[in-house]
Design a protein around this ligand. Structure first.
Ligand SMILES: *Cc1c(COP(=O)(O)O)cnc(C)c1O
Length: 471
């Protein structure tokens, strides 16, 4: 042990070790605009070098970093560039990435103020900025979690606490055994993480009162059943396929008057509420009780970054409460009261840096630009034979379809093989689709045209293969 400690002490002071890691990272970043979006087959095959037994003896830190770079960097997906359109994955705003780089050396634990005064301060500052940016009630509080999956979980935990409290039932003490019934109402196109959060909270997917949706995946307001104060209504800002928004303006005020708890899953779409041109999409969302949103999607913070915002501090804090003899209550904010975790990394630092850098106008410009590029993509691909655009491009998602499900799937596979851009597939109204999510500040007009060309090329390859098969 003596020798290991001595070795690590020297590595602690070994600038060349950390500079090497940084320079490898910078090498990756410098190629991000040009390199193939997805790793080559060779790079993926080489990942087998990591299949080894846990080493018996301690090694050399430089060797660890060299190995990671040699076989890890080529196998990393270039989603920080401008032509990754899979899932809903953001790039990184440079100021946020650099701030993360600085803060990794601090290695802060954000559980309590006493553990990290800087994280506690920035969480308070960002909470206030978000309230102003989205125009939410002053009393709103925010918890900084890993993503919207966890934010949805927290929002529904707070909802569960409150609606049971409305019936005089203390959930923390009594749990769900023998509890008054909780109703859960949501649209047929709710995101799968909402269903997961319903299940995790013990509410039961089988108990959901489903509301029909229109062609774009929006809840039909007239179809919402009569609500009451033991009901949780879950709405959506940004359908994961079409990007559509539920009509908060006609739903929220009324639902609130009926006493329901309203939770909005706004993983990527909530940021429309921070723009001037797209703000109409979120009109009325401020009447909800809880909102889940990601930093790592539309806002382009580094992974991972999600936020639960809640206008009912007591409900959120009660549902996530913990105590213990060794806990030191801070004078100001102790982050752990707003999240399920106790120990947590200081993701607030990148989130703060990104917001501080962009400012209101920068956020507006960045998000609006994603919308503009999405319109461009839709316009360019819709002109081509054999492709059609199925959705109204209200935000950053474009749904593209070929003649048949089979052709659509084959085109996706070919596009992925070509590695000029990356798109994934999904199902929309029972048919296979190409799902395009434009979520990177890097994406330029040229990136869009280049990517559309790659889809056309892929289609030609598929068409040729199919006519060969026929002849
Ligand atoms: C991505 C997404 C989620 C899940 O968010 P994570 O950050 O991946 O946990 C939930 N809802 C919607 C609409 C999403 O797009």
């Amino acid at each position: 042990m003596k020798n290991l400690q001595k070795q690590m002490l020297s590595e602690f002071q070994d600038e060349s070790l950390f500079k090497k890691a940084e320079s490898f990272g910078l090498e990756f970043l410098s190629q991000a605009l040009d390199r193939n979006v997805y790793p080559t087959e060779e790079a993926l095959e080489n990942l087998s070098v990591f299949d080894e037994e846990l080493p018996e003896n301690s090694g050399n830190a430089h060797d660890v970093i060299d190995l990671l770079h040699k076989h890890g960097s080529p196998a990393a997906v270039t989603q920080v560039g401008g032509r990754y359109f899979g899932f809903v994955n953001g790039s990184v705003v440079p100021a946020g990435l650099a701030a993360k780089n600085l803060s990794i050396f601090w290695d802060q634990n954000t559980a309590m103020q006493v553990l990290s005064p800087i994280a506690s301060k920035l969480e308070t500052v960002v909470q206030n900025w978000l309230i102003q940016l989205f125009g939410l009630p002053e009393r709103t509080v925010a918890g900084f979690v890993s993503g919207t999956s966890m934010a949805n979980f927290c929002g529904l935990a707070a909802a569960r606490y409150r609606v049971l409290q409305n019936s005089g039932w203390d959930f923390n003490e009594n749990g769900l055994f023998g509890a008054p019934k909780i109703r859960v109402v949501t649209g047929r196109d709710a995101h799968s993480t909402v269903l997961k959060a319903i299940a995790l909270n013990g509410l039961g997917k089988g108990n959901i009162e489903w509301v029909d949706v229109d062609n774009e995946g929006r809840i039909i307001p007239e179809q919402i059943p009569e609500l009451d104060n033991h009901t949780i209504l879950i709405l959506q800002a940004g359908n994961v396929n079409s990007g559509s928004f539920d009509d908060f303006n006609s739903i929220c005020k009324k639902a609130r008057e009926q006493g329901a708890w309203i939770h909005i899953d706004g993983a990527f779409g909530l940021w429309a509420g921070a723009t001037t041109q797209l703000k109409h999409l979120t009109k009325g969302f401020e009447h909800a009780n809880s909102w889940a949103v990601d930093g790592h999607k539309t806002l382009n913070t580094p992974y991972d970054s999600g936020i639960i915002m809640c206008d009912d501090q007591e409900a959120l804090m009660s549902s996530l409460h913990m105590s213990g003899g060794y806990i030191i209550q801070g004078k100001d904010r102790d982050g752990m009261y707003f999240t399920p975790e106790m120990s947590r990394r200081a993701r607030i630092i990148e989130l703060w840096a990104t917001l501080k850098y962009l400012g209101r106008k920068g956020i507006d410009e960045m998000v609006t630009n994603m919308h503009k590029r999405s319109i461009q993509f839709a316009n360019e691909i819709a002109k081509e034979d054999g492709f059609s655009v199925l959705n109204e491009v209200v935000f950053n998602q474009v749904i593209v379809q070929c003649e048949t499900d089979d052709v659509t799937d084959k085109v996706i596979e070919e596009v992925q093989n070509l590695r000029e851009c990356w798109v994934g597939g999904s199902v929309w109204k029972g048919r296979r689709i190409i799902r395009v999510s434009i979520c990177s500040w890097v994406t330029s007009e040229e990136d869009i045209s280049r990517s559309v060309k790659s889809l056309i090329k892929a289609k030609k390859i598929v068409d040729d293969q199919m006519s060969m098969l026929r002849s």
